[in-house]
Ligand binder design. Structure first.
Ligand SMILES: [Zn+2]
Length: 363
């Protein structure tokens, strides 16, 4: 017989185990190359939180090494019942990959603008007349997903894999990114070479609201630089307040967003240069490096998703099997904010002043 307390204890033990797995996964991201690989993986499963992509990656690799799945890369992942909805059955003996799923609660208030007035509703409780109701994340629970290779059923069409020639930019990507830079109020300038912009490939100037990019590079390199500068525009402007933090991490974030946007279009991501993880993760005072890594990953993913959502280009799959509507990925990302901590908000007035005048270049 299982009491509610026993069940709760078992669930908490599983959550502890999951957080240990996550820490282990993050600890394995040592070099800039490891980080780039994790992001390229996350780009193929981008509808999941960064934490969950790490968990899926790690557990799939273990399943592959144990000979349970033929391919080192998963193709589509979904929950047990979701596979059933698609006419697939998880095969006996196939371990699911544990991930973190959000737990939401309903809250009601008759004076919604007063944050303290919201009260949590019980499971079947109805709001009183005149009350507004809102759903909010209240925690996480362990959940399981399986790779398509762990199920039996009709073959599923493979995810789209756009093929590009060396140096070629995905069709429509340049125009789409340019539109987003301009929509943010920035003017785009082409410059003849790196000499014109302090030796960089691109520069974002927040004061003058301009983005300058070298036009003497191949189309792939130009579109990559445009994505990098768009990430600066969206994440690091003076009006971003607390979000603008350490310059080193800003560069890591911009380059990482560019990598994810490129990877989601099947671009070769080996040429992206990201410094050693330990170097930038240790920059935030008083913050555990592994938390910085996870928070950075989630900020990168969220920004890349925002950019990708507004493009009408042909992209790779996002890890969700065709025909399946996954429950809101937004909730998923909130789950990470809770468990993964937010980036440091310690920015002194002096460094803010400095950052206002800062011209960011791509190095
Ligand atoms: Zn930059």
């Amino acid at each position: 017989m299982t009491s509610i307390d026993d069940r709760r204890e078992a669930r908490e033990a599983k959550l502890d185990e999951l957080h240990e797995k996550l820490t282990e996964a993050v600890d394995q991201l040592v070099s800039g190359e490891d980080w780039a690989k994790a992001l390229a993986f996350a780009a193929q499963f981008r509808s999941r939180s960064f934490n969950n992509t790490l968990l899926i990656w790690m557990q799939h690799t273990a399943a592959h090494e144990a000979g349970l799945v033929p391919d080192p890369m998963p193709s589509y992942v979904a929950g047990y019942k979701q596979w059933q909805q698609l006419g697939h059955q998880v095969e006996k003996g196939q371990p699911g990959y544990q991930i973190l799923a959000p737990v939401t609660g309903r809250f009601a208030s008759s004076t919604p603008s007063d944050q303290t007035s919201w009260r949590r509703l019980n499971r079947n409780e109805k709001p009183r007349p005149g009350e507004q109701v809102r759903s909010k994340m209240v925690g996480v629970r362990p959940a399981y997903v399986w790779d398509a290779a762990q199920t039996s059923g009709d073959p599923i069409p493979a995810p789209p894999t756009p093929k590009l020639l060396r140096g070629e930019a995905p069709s429509g990507l340049r125009a789409g990114i340019t539109r987003q830079i301009e929509a943010a109020g920035f003017q785009l300038h082409a410059v003849a070479n790196a000499g014109a912009i302090y030796g960089a490939n691109g520069v974002t100037n927040y004061g003058e609201k301009t983005v300058s990019v070298r036009d003497d590079m191949d189309p792939a390199a130009q579109v990559k630089t445009l994505a990098h500068e768009l990430a600066h525009v969206l994440m690091h402007g003076p009006d971003q307040g607390d979000a603008r933090q350490h310059r080193g991490i800003g560069e890591v974030e911009a380059e990482s967003v560019a990598l994810m946007v490129g990877a989601a279009h099947g671009m070769d991501t080996t040429g992206y240069t990201i410094p050693y993880v330990s170097t930038w993760a240790a920059q935030v005072d008083g913050e555990e490096p592994s938390k910085v890594v996870r928070a950075t990953g989630e900020r990168v993913r969220a920004t890349a998703m925002k950019i990708l959502d507004q493009l009408d280009t042909q992209m790779t799959g996002d890890g969700t099997p065709p025909g399946l509507e996954r429950d809101s990925p937004r909730q998923d990302s909130k789950a990470v904010e809770r468990t993964g901590a937010s980036p440091s908000t310690r920015t002194t007035a002096a460094s803010q002043q400095l950052a206002l005048a800062d011209v960011r270049g791509l190095r």
